[in-house]
Design a protein around this ligand. Structure first.
Ligand SMILES: Cc1cc2nc3c(=O)[nH]c(=O)nc-3n(C[C@H](O)[C@H](O)[C@H](O)COP(=O)(O)O)c2cc1C
Length: 123
């Protein structure tokens, strides 16, 4: 499963790169480098505005919705009800599962959660 990420200040990038290393496959792709996706992908993004999806992620999804298989979003706990809400918005819009919601750059437990989801899809 290709990992494609959007990241403004580096939290999502770090999470995606750590995952890619643990998977031992291809590197995680920054969204701007992911114009020609050969197959299915897991999207990792962040939450912006007030519980919103970044405009860059929205624009990407308009072009690449067909191969989207799941979404992870980052946020910050202090946003309360809007914590990492971008994942809920995308899941609702595109009919894919929320694989994880992570605080900032996520934890080891978050990585396990995502790795297990990827593993289940392979099985
Ligand atoms: C202007 C602004 C608005 C934000 N809004 C939210 C929000 O509504 N909910 C949330 O959980 N996090 C919110 N965040 C926090 C970011 O989603 C969080 O820091 C995330 O880890 C950033 O990912 P990045 O470092 O990959 O860009 C906001 C951050 C900024 C700067």
């Amino acid at each position: 499963m290709q990992l494609v990420y959007d990241s403004l200040t580096g939290n999502v990038r770090r999470f995606a790169e750590d995952l890619a290393r643990q998977l031992g496959g291809p590197p995680a792709l920054a969204m701007r480098e992911a114009q020609h996706l050969p197959g299915d992908y897991l999207l990792l993004t962040y939450t912006f505005g007030t519980g919103g999806v970044p405009a860059s992620t929205q624009a990407f999804l308009q072009q690449h919705a067909a191969r989207l298989r799941g979404v992870v979003s980052s946020g910050s706990f202090h946003w309360g009800q809007n914590f990492a809400r971008a994942a809920d918005v995308i899941a609702g819009q595109y009919g894919v599962p929320v694989v994880a919601k992570i605080n900032k750059a996520g934890s080891a437990a978050n990585r396990v959660q995502v790795l297990e989801w990827i593993g289940e899809r392979r099985a």
